[in-house]
Write a protein that binds this ligand. Structure first.
Ligand code: HEC
Length: 134
């Protein structure tokens, strides 16, 4: 009994199987099984604490907020000032490059109207009063 135990102990350590790697297949398979589980990030809240009120009031604010802040905060959006056409391009980038889930046409139109209205190009903004930009 004691000898059998000893033999098994040696065998597990690989002593009786020559030049086998120290790890056994059972151990090697374990991480792959773990990888097959859904991502631990799935269903997590977005990586910010922004609220609808963090975006300027206006028609389409809610749909824009819930569509556009699943992956990033509102600061990234507010930092942009674009024409409706360029917001349209940004929208495509989010869909194609960043894999945003599809958005219904009427919602897309409402979001683009909101973005173009609230975050237009800053032609006279920002740099206007900045002596360093003259
Ligand atoms: C599926 C995730 C996802 C969704 C939903 C999403 N974005 Fe993005 N967005 C990203 C990623 C990723 C970046 C790049 C972030 C970075 O570079 O740090 C980004 C960057 C941006 C930027 C920064 C400038 C740029 O072009 O990279 C803007 C503006 C932007 N998003 C606007 C929007 C708007 C408007 C919506 C809603 C219509 C939206 N995003 C929805 C993932 C998303």
């Amino acid at each position: 009994m004691g000898a059998t135990f000893l033999l098994l102990a040696f065998d597990r350590a690989g002593h009786l199987r020559g030049k086998q790697p120290a790890w056994t297949p059972a151990i090697a398979v374990a991480p792959r099984v773990a990888d097959a589980k859904p991502s631990p990030d799935a269903g997590k809240p977005p990586p910010h604490n922004d609220k609808v009120e963090d975006m300027p009031e206006g028609k389409g604010r809610e749909v824009t907020f819930y569509t556009c802040t699943a992956c990033h905060g509102v600061a990234l959006i507010k930092a942009q000032g674009l024409t409706r056409d360029l917001w349209d391009n940004t929208f495509d980038t989010m869909l194609e490059k960043h894999r945003m889930p599809p958005v219904k046409a009427d919602e897309r139109a409402e979001i683009l109207d909101y973005l173009a209205e609230q975050f237009p190009p800053r032609r006279k903004g920002r740099g206007a009063g900045n002596p360093f930009l003259k």
